[in-house]
Design a protein around this ligand. Structure first.
Ligand code: ZN
Length: 82
């Protein structure tokens, strides 16, 4: 015989994302986050940051400001269909 009881499990839900560059919240429409840029980098051998894990998020406006500073433009790839 199995005996059950109700349990409540705590879980984390993403509610907001803050842009690391401007400090503003990523905009939402109907409680859905607009798309934003997320980067993660685990630094390895032959870097001054060996062993460090970095991540940051950028709103679309700050992402555009960042890529406009690149000497060589970003590469635009068509989505690969499977
Ligand atoms: Zn921003």
């Amino acid at each position: 015989m199995k005996i059950y009881r109700d349990v409540f499990v705590s879980e984390k839900k993403l509610v907001d994302v803050i842009c690391n560059m401007c400090g503003e919240k990523i905009k939402k429409s109907d409680n859905v986050l607009h798309d934003y840029f997320h980067a993660e980098k685990k630094w390895g051998y032959f870097s001054e940051m060996d062993g460090e894990n970095h991540s940051f998020d950028l709103c679309q406006d700050c992402y555009k400001k960042l890529i406009n500073q690149l000497k060589i433009s970003v590469t635009e790839n068509e989505d690969e269909k499977t």
